[in-house]
Design a binder for this molecule. Structure first.
Ligand code: FAD
Ligand code: NAD
Length: 160
């Protein structure tokens, strides 16, 4: 099996799109677009993110031991592209949740402290203990499927 086949297969799992943000004292805020995000546990409240070994954000999360997960809204494709390095040199302003940097206008902002990290292959899984959450009930999420951005607004609801 080659890499392209694996990526094509994984791309058939439709996901939301998040920006993972973290802040190291003296270095400022760093964000990275990620769709490898999952809820893990209700008691205690845990989530997991998966960060590639070459991503600059990896060492920053190791150092800060905190991160936020920002679930992007349908009108934030540009934000996703900025934090995936596909749009360059755009300034982004951040809000704060539990003292940590979050993306304004996200559907949901989740503040976390790192509770464990596991190196698996060429990625590191960070388990995050959730310390605070902010939800915007009105916003629609941005969707990523087969390497393309989509919106639920263009999808017909499934009828029973
Ligand atoms: P960089 O490439 O340096 O940073 C990313 C970009 O964000 C740069 O252009 C930088 O200028 C900008 N940026 C960072 N901080 C700021 C700031 N404070 N203000 C303004 N701009 C800023 N990779 C994974 O490891 N795991 C995933 O789950 C994952 N999912 C992805 C899902 C999608 C839909 C896409 C498109 C990409 C995904 N990637 C994922 C790939 C990842 O987003 C890119 O490889 C990314 O460029 C790696 O970021 P980096 O930390 O190396 O930092
Ligand atoms: P793509 O066709 O490369 O990706 C489709 C799916 O394959 C992704 O949703 C993800 O589940 C998986 N995937 C892709 N690259 C991976 C990697 N390096 N490690 C583990 N899983 C991976 O989609 P695209 O639009 O071409 O992606 C844009 C860029 O973002 C590519 O460089 C891609 O490698 C990267 N990306 C990385 C991850 C990740 O590291 N987990 C996830 C998504 C996208």
């Amino acid at each position: 099996m080659d890499d392209r086949q694996f990526r094509t297969a994984m791309g058939k799992f439709s996901t939301g799109v998040t920006v993972i943000a973290t802040e190291v004292a003296g270095e400022g805020i760093h964000g990275m677009t990620a769709n490898a995000f999952m809820s893990v546990s209700l008691d205690p409240k845990l989530v997991v993110i998966s960060i590639g070994e070459k991503a600059k954000v990896l060492n920053k999360i190791k150092e800060s031991q905190t991160f936020t997960v920002n679930i992007l809204s349908a009108d934030q494709q540009e934000v996703s592209m900025i934090f995936a390095g596909q749009i360059k040199d755009k300034e982004v302003e951040f809000d704060r949740l539990d003292g940590k940097p979050v993306i304004p206008g996200a559907v949901t902002q989740i503040a976390c402290e790192v509770s464990a990290e596991h190196v698996e292959g060429d990625h590191t899984l960070f388990i995050g203990k959730v310390t605070d959450i902010h939800i915007d009930d009105e916003a629609e999420p941005l969707i990523f499927y087969s390497g393309r951005y989509r919106s639920l607004l263009s999808v017909q609801p499934v009828t029973n």
